[in-house]
Ligand binder design. Structure first.
Ligand code: KIV
Ligand code: ZN
Length: 512
């Protein structure tokens, strides 16, 4: 047993399965780069066989990321596994993660297979995968609710076929820490070849115990890999949150006694990036990455922290990447200073052309806003007009009129495939009028399922960051826009969502 704890991030796969959290290929690559900066050991980049879009995303990430192992999920069948191996061809280090359900409920009701058929299929899948890639992870889906004797039989069989990691999912978030920890320990003790594989935990958060269960799997069960996501993103109540387990293991090294490879200073930037990309806002009191996680509001706490910070602080804010809201650049800052700041924030852009576009946007913003904060710069680089090649819709300008007692009106000028159009509408408020103006020309027919505004740096002088989530024909997409004028930010967010809605992508459900 080693004392290194492997951090396996599945934000781009299990996290993305959360309704409304779907990401474009470019967004996934940007997040993968941030995960590499964080020095995550394994990045589960997607489920290559689920769609062409997922295949391309896994392939793109496998070709670009060199310091983390890149993994693709795959059902336990030859077609899925071959597709995963194909997508991972360019990876410096590749892993195939294959799964099949083993609980009586899933086998009977979902798979309509007998336990013997599942046993054979699991072994066959690992055997097939092992001929394509050396690093194979196997997951018995709904493992925690599976019969322990049957599970031992399956896991012994797949280890004998060459599985190098055994992951035990609590797929529905049913476990409690002590029982889950004991479950992993029992499996490891009872399976004769258990020492040939690394044991991994994968906990969902339905009862709010995903982090506690994962840590018990490590401490009591002896697991040495934790599967987790940034901000705990994931289906239903989400997955085990990366920032929380990592900081727990690091802060309580005295208890866990484990080594981590994670560079924690990139945690906050990763959290912001995932939140901005998906529109899933981080609650202010969320551990480690919430806006209040290190804020001391009460007089007694403030007094204590000023006298000796460890009176009320068990971690240092700067160790996870919090920076004070400070003015970092201004109107007169040059391109080199801007580029340097991007690098310091871990927000490198792909090409000089992208840096030039971002710098031009920065200058425009600095003309309108005297103080530019790190948050403004991060919002600039996540603006898709900086990072995307050619979008169908682009914002040009907006005029609106609203007055108490009058119905607001807006006229929006935007481009459609490079051609300018002008469209006007009334609405309940200026935002509603602006979005209706766009919609009356585009006629997407999409339903808006989320609209949210957030002040990027916390004051009325800050940029407003707007997230719009649209749903159409079963597809759900997020658009994000930032501007000091929240009506403009809303129009940008709406156009960004339309771009994603109209981009070609086909998806199938990840869990088969
Ligand atoms: O929760 C789960 O069971 C999964 C498996 C596919 C690993 O995500
Ligand atoms: Zn899962």
């Amino acid at each position: 047993m080693t004392d290194k704890l492997i951090i396996f991030d599945t934000t781009l796969r299990d996290g993305e399965q959360s309704p409304g959290a779907s990401m474009t290929k470019d967004e996934k690559l940007r997040i993968a780069r941030q995960l590499e900066r964080l020095r995550v050991d394994v990045i589960e980049a997607g489920f290559a066989a689920s769609s062409n879009g997922d295949f391309e995303a896994v392939q793109m990430i496998a070709n670009a990321i060199k310091d983390s192992t890149i993994c693709s999920l795959s059902r336990a069948n030859d077609r899925d596994i071959a597709r995963a191996a194909e997508a991972l061809k360019g990876a410096a280090s590749a892993r195939i993660h294959t799964f099949i359900a083993t609980s009586a409920l899933h086998m009977e009701k979902k798979l309509r297979m007998t336990p013997d058929q599942v046993f054979e299929q699991a072994k066959q899948a690992v055997r097939f995968a092992r001929n394509l890639v050396g690093d194979i992870e196997f997951s018995p889906e709904d493992g925690y609710r599976s019969d322990v004797d049957f599970l031992c039989r399956v896991l012994e069989g797949v280890i004998a076929e060459g599985a190098t990691t055994i992951n035990v999912p609590d797929t529905v978030g049913y476990a409690v820490p002590e029982l889950y920890g004991n479950f992993i320990r029992t499996l490891r003790e009872r399976i004769p070849n258990s020492d040939k594989a690394v044991w991994s935990v994968h906990c969902h958060n339905d009862l709010g115990m995903a982090v506690a269960n994962s840590l018990a799997g490590v401490k009591i069960g002896g697991a040495r890999q934790i599967e987790c996501t940034i901000n705990g993103l994931g289906e239903r109540a989400g997955n085990c949150s990366l920032e929380e387990v990592v900081m727990a293991v690091r802060t309580r090294r005295d208890y866990f006694g484990l080594e981590l490879g994670i560079d924690t200073q990139h945690i906050v930037a990763a959290s912001r990036m995932v939140s901005q990309t998906t529109g899933f806002v981080v609650q202010p009191n969320k551990a480690v990455v919430g806006a209040n996680a290190f804020a001391h509001a009460s007089g007694i706490h403030q007094d204590g922290v000023l006298k000796a910070r460890d009176t009320y602080e068990i971690m240092r804010a700067e160790d996870v990447g919090w920076t004070a809201n400070k003015i970092v650049l201004g109107k007169l800052s040059g391109r080199n200073a801007f580029k340097q700041r991007l690098q310091d924030l871990g927000a490198q852009l792909e090409s000089e052309a992208e840096i030039n576009t971002a710098f031009a946007k920065f200058k425009e913003l600095a003309d309108r806003k005297s103080e530019i904060f790190d948050e403004d710069i991060l919002a600039l680089v996540s603006d898709e007009s900086v990072t995307s090649e050619k979008e169908q819709y682009g914002f040009v300008s907006l005029a609106q009129h609203s007055e108490t007692g009058e119905r607001p009106q807006a006229t929006v000028v935007f481009t459609v495939d490079g051609k300018e159009v002008r469209s006007a509408s009334e609405g309940n408020g200026p935002v509603d009028a602006s979005l209706k103006a766009i919609e009356s020309h585009v006629k997407s027919g999409a339903e808006m399922v989320l609209y949210s505004v957030n002040a990027i740096s916390g004051s009325t002088e800050s940029q407003g960051e707007v997230t719009v989530r649209l749903q159409n024909s079963g597809r759900v997409v997020n658009g994000v826009g930032a501007d000091p004028d929240i009506i403009v930010a809303s129009a940008k967010a709406y156009l960004s969502a339309l771009n994603k809605l109209h981009s070609k992508a086909d998806r199938v459900a990840a869990q088969g």
